[in-house]
Design a protein around this ligand. Structure first.
Ligand code: ZN
Ligand code: ZN
Length: 426
């Protein structure tokens, strides 16, 4: 049994379901689950002002990124200049509406909403603004779909591809966009999820006697995935954030498998059909993901070729195979748990969204390279299919419940689970 003080708060690890007491943390400290090392909580210095100021600065940079010329390109005396907004707008006018809307959501709408939501929630802490529960729920749901960091990587790859044939100049908005990426990243780093929910309403605490060190299921408790509250097993909706709460994600394996099979089916045409059509001095070349990689390799652009190959071929395949393997472990093996499979799950979940980089490269180049027969780039059908592969694999990772990996493992409650607080690196 743990020794705990009145100030200690009961928490359930979302990855392994271990019930633990969280001691009060000082600013800069973080607490990790003793069984799976998942970060349970991190305290930030000045948790109200810092995220609000970073988010406000990020929003200002996003506005500036839309006001001025973004990138211009000159080829054989012709010059074309685009604004940041054109990255999705040009695709929309070119009858690639699905791709245009996805790109607009990933690089403009979702990031802007997230920054506005952070400001609203932080200001709302002081002034008790309405609908904060709804805003916080949507904020954490949308966070992985903000892909500005991946778009920045896509821009750098596009420049390497274009610089051999054309003269590229970077506008004011490009630098504003770089700053926006950094500030957006920093906002999420300094955002204190625990403090945020505690400011909306105090965490409900179970009224019965609890023995920490066993699993939530053993103690008839379950976790609210949205606000991290610990709730009795029979309660259907969270008393703090009103989300529907289940002890394990319902039909997790079935949903994950269905999404993985969909991703496999989409992956085949995404690789066979052209992702990009390039017109160069009247000559039309359709390129697939693989042929694009081979071309970059032959041109000697090895770092970019390797990034494209990793993001578009290795990561999706590895992610699909690993997710199938985790589903197999969760349903059959007696020794499925352990840090290794949990760590592998966290890694593929984190790295999966980077596969979107090739789609963003195509979208950006299609917006920028518009010189008719002299030189033009058009997105192919595979760009939409490949975006669908990345989205379905991301959804597969979301619908997989990592606690299933630990459920079959034998209990080790004879070992006392003690907390360690360590200095934060952020
Ligand atoms: Zn854990
Ligand atoms: Zn909740």
């Amino acid at each position: 049994m743990n020794s705990n003080t009145a100030a200690d708060e009961l928490v359930l690890c979302p990855h392994c379901d271990l019930l633990q007491y969280l001691p009060p943390l000082a600013p800069g400290e973080e607490a990790h689950c003793l069984r799976c090392q998942h970060q349970l909580d991190a305290r930030q210095h000045n948790p109200v002002m810092r995220p609000a100021l970073y988010a406000a600065s990020a929003l200002l940079m996003l506005v500036l990124a839309n006001l001025f010329p973004f990138v211009s390109m000159a080829i054989a005396g012709n010059r074309s200049e685009i604004h940041f907004f054109d990255t999705s707008a040009v695709l929309f006018t070119e009858y690639q509406q699905v791709l245009a809307i996805l790109i607009w959501l990933f690089i403009q709408a979702v990031p802007a909403f997230c920054m506005l939501a952070v400001i609203y929630l932080k200001v709302g802490m002081r002034y008790r603004l309405p609908a904060r529960i709804w805003v916080a729920r949507v904020l954490y749901m949308l966070k992985p779909w903000s892909m500005v960091d991946i778009f920045l990587m896509g821009l750098l790859i596009s420049f390497v591809k274009l610089v051999a044939t054309a003269e590229i100049s970077l506008g004011m908005s490009f630098w504003a966009f770089c700053l926006f990426c950094l500030l957006h990243l920093r906002t999420f780093q300094v955002l204190d999820r625990h403090a945020l929910w505690a400011s909306i309403a105090p965490a409900p605490q179970p009224d019965k006697k609890i023995s920490a060190g066993s699993t939530g299921l053993d103690q008839q408790l379950k976790l609210c995935h949205c606000c991290t509250a610990v709730l009795p097993l029979q309660q259907r909706h969270c008393s703090r954030c009103h989300t529907r709460v289940t002890s394990r994600l319902p039909a997790s394996i079935q949903k994950t498998l269905a999404l993985l099979v969909t991703a496999c089916v989409l992956y085949i045409p995404a690789n066979i059909l052209p992702i990009m059509r390039t017109v160069s001095f009247g000559e039309v070349i359709d390129s697939t993901i693989i042929s694009g990689f081979i071309l970059m390799w032959q041109d000697g652009e090895y770092p970019v070729a390797i990034i494209i190959f990793l993001a578009s071929v290795v990561i999706p395949i590895v992610k699909i195979v690993v997710m199938f393997w985790l589903c197999y472990l969760a349903t059959t093996s007696k020794q499925a748990g352990g840090k290794r499979s949990g760590n592998v799950y966290r890694l593929v979940d984190w790295v999966g969204r980077w596969s979107m980089v090739d789609v963003l490269v195509v979208a950006f180049m299609a917006a920028l390279v518009r010189f008719g027969l002299l030189a033009s780039v058009y997105p192919g059908i595979a760009a939409v299919l490949f975006a669908a592969v990345v989205i379905t694999t991301m959804l597969a990772a979301v619908s997989f419940d990592p606690r299933l990996l630990w459920d079959k493992q034998e209990q080790t409650t004879d070992q006392p689970f003690q907390y360690r607080a360590e200095g934060s690196t952020t």
